[in-house]
Design a protein around this ligand. Structure first.
Ligand SMILES: NC(=O)c1ccc[n+]([C@@H]2O[C@H](COP(=O)([O-])OP(=O)(O)OC[C@H]3O[C@@H](n4cnc5c(N)ncnc54)[C@H](OP(=O)(O)O)[C@@H]3O)[C@@H](O)[C@H]2O)c1
Length: 167
């Protein structure tokens, strides 16, 4: 019997829904990076080409995770061995699910364009709300209407929420 591999998004936004600026994160919040690592370690991560390029080279590919990168022109990508290229979000999701072993889930890790394309396929969203407002050029689309918030935990400089798709 095959069981469906869960697909979830993990994302940090500020109080204006900003998630990025000039190809990077607008803040440095170590507790959120630790949260991201704890959630995604040992799983499959799917990201847009721009997010891939935003990762510092020493963390690329994200260690301990199968990395899948989405681009419309995969011939141009120069990916290290073991990193999977996909030419659409749908292809990335089916490749990620096919690679998933027992207990592994697929995490959508951004950025804005990838969230927009894949939130309809997510059963859960793990949302960090960073305190305050920041300059930015990438925003998280609203998704809350299709989801129910099931938890909220307060950190020092942010809050961690979990949403599940409303049935
Ligand atoms: N706060 C957070 O949690 C968080 C998380 C991740 C990223 N970010 C930030 O978000 C920003 C990047 O977001 P972004 O929206 O500019 O870029 P992105 O979503 O990371 O990547 C966009 C690229 O992905 C590929 N792509 C997207 N949709 C596609 C489709 N339907 N079919 C095929 N390929 C597709 C294209 O690559 P090609 O151009 O190669 O075709 C596109 O240019 C950065 O500032 C980053 O730091 C924030």
């Amino acid at each position: 019997m095959t069981t469906e591999v869960p697909v979830a998004a993990v994302v940090a936004m500020d109080e204006n829904r900003v998630i990025g600026k000039a190809g990077t994160l607008p803040w440095n919040v170590p507790e959120d990076l630790a949260h991201f690592r704890a959630l995604t370690k040992g799983h499959i991560v799917v990201m847009g080409r721009k997010t891939w390029e935003s990762l510092p080279e020493k963390f690329r590919p994200l260690p301990g995770r199968t990395n899948v990168v989405v681009s419309r022109d995969i011939a141009k990508l120069r990916l290290p061995e073991g990193v999977v290229a996909a030419s659409s979000p749908e292809e990335a999701l089916s490749a990620a699910k096919a690679l998933a072993k027992d207990g592994q889930r697929v995490w959508i890790i951004g950025g804005a364009e990838l969230y927009r394309a894949t939130l309809p396929f997510c059963a859960e969203v793990h949302l960090t709300i960073i305190d305050g407002c920041h300059d930015g050029d990438a925003w998280l689309p609203t998704f809350e209407g299709d989801f129910t918030q099931v938890s909220e935990t307060r950190g020092e400089r942010c809050s961690f929420r979990v949403y599940e798709r409303a049935t």
